[in-house]
Design a protein around this ligand. Structure first.
Ligand code: PHE
Length: 469
């Protein structure tokens, strides 16, 4: 039997529309800005390997679980969790999982928007030709001066938040679905052009070995947590973005195939970004671990020296903004969908409220790079001694909230939900279906246990337990 629910927010027009929207959510700053710099900070190959393993064994099964829950519940993640838990006779407290997701989305977007603002600013700068023949030092100092100016960061953050709010207010289908259809493939091609440039002008071999030679002595438990957290972040998992997109998914779409396509595309974009950036890092004597400014300090060098660089550079940053934009809307869609459902607010008002709150919280990130760069709110904890508000927001959301959310989603779909219901959503009619059995093992055992072990290890609890024996 099929669940008779339909979504009050409408449905995607086609399966392709869902793939594009979900890929739009997944592919964003996480792939092009964050993946390269955290790979640099965590020593390269071994980190990349752990990240890829997490995508395959934790990310894909949890993505399937999220889409499945969303499509069955057909509402915002908060109400979906409430409805589905009632359906199987479990506590309605599961709705707090939806709430935690709303909170995570709000916290993430507050800093995401500031960084997307950097990309916007860089589209204009590259267009103005300031990077022509720029040296590594020059690009570094332009970036340094830019982030030291809170007013500029605030202005660009404001522009990006307005852009995001407007699209969410209009409903996902009318604007972004169309834009993403054309923009994502273009971004992909442009990344390939950059990889081509890096192959010829940078230290490509060094970059390849940096990215793919795994030296496990370089990583710690914390790096493993970062890799795992990033797998959630980059696939938009653990906070309900994919769940809410799943709730608009037509009934006859294969969840497994779609999830795999999305994860593969997302991963390819990240790896290409790495292959475009690290050859330039090494050729210009830059530091791979130089943090969030990495792409803004390296790519302008490439654009400054290649033929047509001003054009390609501008196009690249414009596309990056679009990639960030299609991710940003999915970060607040769960909150907006809930306000529309429960408060009977119209979408425009709901989007404006959420947008304004996010904008305000974004001030913490704006200031983290300049006036408050010395403010270390958790300085009394050794690990966070040097962490600014931005660092803490990022750590809390990617490394704690998303994996924890994912763990609970896996437990819900794997242990609490009726086996028959999950089979029905995945369109499987045979108990012995190999794909289904693999999914079940991953979602019941592998994903939750892996997340739990990493948490226990990082918090030191695992060591305490080990010492007991
Ligand atoms: N996946 C997006 C990116 O990589 C970020 C994101 C995280 C979007 C969580 C939605 C939910 O940039």
């Amino acid at each position: 039997m099929t669940a008779p629910r339909t979504s009050i927010h409408g449905e995607w027009s086609t399966r392709l529309a869902f793939i594009l929207a979900a890929t739009g959510s997944a592919v964003g700053l996480g792939n092009i800005w964050k993946f390269p710099y955290i790979t640099g900070e965590n020593g390269g190959g071994a980190f990349v390997l752990v990240y890829l393993l997490c995508i395959a064994c934790i990310g894909i099964p949890i993505m399937m679980a999220e889409v499945l829950l969303g499509r069955r519940g057909r509402q915002s993640p908060i109400n979906t969790m409430a409805t589905l838990s009632a359906e199987i006779g479990h506590s309605s407290h599961w709705k707090y999982l939806g709430w935690a997701g709303v909170l995570a989305g709000f916290l993430i977007l507050s800093y995401y928007s500031v960084i997307a603002g950097w990309a916007l600013a860089y589209a204009f700068r590259t267009g103005s030709g300031v990077f022509i023949n720029v040296t590594a030092d020059g690009a570094g100092s332009i970036f340094g001066r830019f982030i030291a100016d809170p007013e500029k960061l605030l202005a660009w953050h404001t522009v990006f938040m307005v852009m995001t709010t407007v699209i969410v207010a209009r409903g996902v289908r009318s604007g972004l679905e169309k834009a993403v259809r054309f923009l994502m493939p273009t971004l992909f091609v442009l990344l390939l052009v950059l990889v081509g440039y890096a192959m010829n002008s940078g230290e490509f071999n060094r970059a390849v070995s940096f990215l793919f030679d795994a030296d496990f002595s370089k990583i710690s438990a914390d790096s493993v947590l970062t890799a795992m957290g990033h797998a959630f972040f980059t696939l938009s998992l653990g906070m309900g973005a994919i769940m809410v997109y799943g709730s608009y998914l037509p009934k006859d779409t294969s969840i497994a195939r779609t999830s795999i396509i999305i994860a593969v595309m997302d991963t390819l974009v990240a790896l290409f970004a790495g292959l475009a950036i690290f050859p330039l890092v090494f050729a210009n004597g830059l530091e791979p671990g130089s943090g969030p400014g990495l792409i803004f300090q390296t790519l302008p060098i490439a654009f400054g020296h290649m033929d047509g660089g001003t054009f390609f550079g501008t196009l690249f940053f414009v596309l990056l903004v679009f990639a960030a934009w299609s991710s940003a809307i999915s970060l607040i869609e769960p909150a907006v969908a809930w306000l529309v459902e429960n408060r009977k607010q119209n979408r425009v008002y709901a989007a404006a409220v959420v947008g304004l709150l996010t904008w305000l919280l974004g001030l913490l990130t704006v200031l983290s790079f300049n006036l408050w760069s010395d403010v270390k709110p958790l300085a009394f904890v050794e690990k966070f001694q040097n962490s600014t508000f931005f660092d803490l927001l990022d750590y809390l959301t990617s490394n704690i909230m998303l994996p924890l959310g994912g763990l609970l989603i896996a437990v819900f779909a794997g242990w609490l939900m009726d086996r028959k219901a999950t089979m029905e959503e995945l369109d499987i009619h045979d108990h012995l279906h190999v794909g289904y059995r693999i999914w079940r093992v991953l979602v019941r055992y592998v994903a939750p246990i892996a997340v739990a072990i990493v948490f226990l290890k990082v918090t030191g609890i695992l060591d305490v337990i080990n010492n007991l024996f």
